[in-house]
Design a protein around this ligand. Structure first.
Ligand code: SF4
Length: 286
């Protein structure tokens, strides 16, 4: 079996870039109690650089659930009830942390289970449940995940070195390259938008983001606005939407009701959308 190459899972430079943000977040919110009582705006601002903001919101909701319970739950059903916890995470935590007999089906395990069964026409969850080692579920689940990550990889699986090759229906039938079947990729939908940078007496106009709840954004064109020079363009993908943003200077006679003027230094501490951060970078470069 080949030693695991962790760099294929997480690009080391990406990982190095994220660590300071993660440490800063943990320093600010060292436990669920601290996170439970924090203002959402504060949590989102400290999550900057750590990926999807929905995870920060869920983490805070889960912390509040734990605060109500008084501790992290120790039963599978209660773990599954925590915000942001799906079947895979609940199974992984229940089995690995508490030795509870529940499967943990991630993408790697799904592939291994389908190949062992030699078919995509199965309930992977039921099959994983049937295969589970009930005496050592945590180690079993980790072994399956590892098998999928190291040996039974998507392309060119290492069947020659596979410790379960003799029980593998896909290998027996020569189907390993066809399982699991390739997914149909969803197409990105292009959306053209304009973000406007309006300034007055050293302040900057922002509006609540129409794309990311709880965040502030540069406004899109509104009534009473005169557009000025183009400051730049950039692309930004959110799920299946491929936004193409044009950044323009703007001059406002009146501003939308929910708009607010902010000092430039505030942009560092408020939840400021990634698209607007990119727009801000355009402005700095122009
Ligand atoms: Fe995967 Fe090949 Fe092992 Fe089957 S024999 S589980 S296809 S690596």
């Amino acid at each position: 079996i080949r030693p695991r190459d962790w760099s294929s899972d997480v690009c080391s430079s990406d990982l190095a870039a994220v660590i300071p943000y993660y440490e800063r977040f943990l320093k600010k919110f060292p436990n669920f109690r601290a996170l439970a009582v924090a203002a959402e705006e504060d949590v989102l601002a400290h999550w900057a650089g750590l990926g999807y903001y929905s995870r920060a919101r869920n983490l805070q909701k889960a912390s509040r659930q734990m605060a109500e319970l008084g501790a992290f739950p120790r039963e599978h059903a209660a773990i599954r009830e925590l915000a942001g916890v799906g079947d895979y995470t609940a199974g992984a935590v229940a089995s690995i942390a508490f030795g509870l007999a529940h499967p943990a089906v991630d993408g790697n395990v799904r592939r291994v289970v389908m190949r062992l069964a030699g078919s995509a026409q199965i309930s992977v969850e039921d099959e994983a449940e049937a295969l589970l080692d009930r005496k050592r579920p945590g180690e079993w689940n980790q072994a399956l995940m590892e098998l999928g990550a190291v040996v039974c990889v998507p392309r060119d699986p290492g069947c020659e070195a596979c410790p379960v090759a003799k029980w593998c229906a896909a290998r027996a039938q020569g189907l390993q390259a066809e399982l699991p079947p390739a997914k149909v990729k969803s197409r990105l939908i292009r959306k053209d938008r304009t973000l406007v940078v309006v300034r007055k007496s050293g302040k900057i106009l922002l509006v609540p983001s129409p794309r990311v709840t709880g965040f502030w954004d540069f406004p899109e064109p509104f009534e009473g606005l005169r557009l000025g020079a183009q400051l730049g363009t950039f692309r930004h993908a959110i799920t299946v939407s491929q936004y193409v943003f044009e950044v323009r200077e703007g001059f406002a006679r009146r501003v939308p009701d929910r708009a607010r003027w902010w000092d430039e230094k505030d942009l560092e501490r408020i939840p400021f959308s990634t698209a607007s951060k990119k727009a801000w970078a355009c402005l700095k470069q122009s």
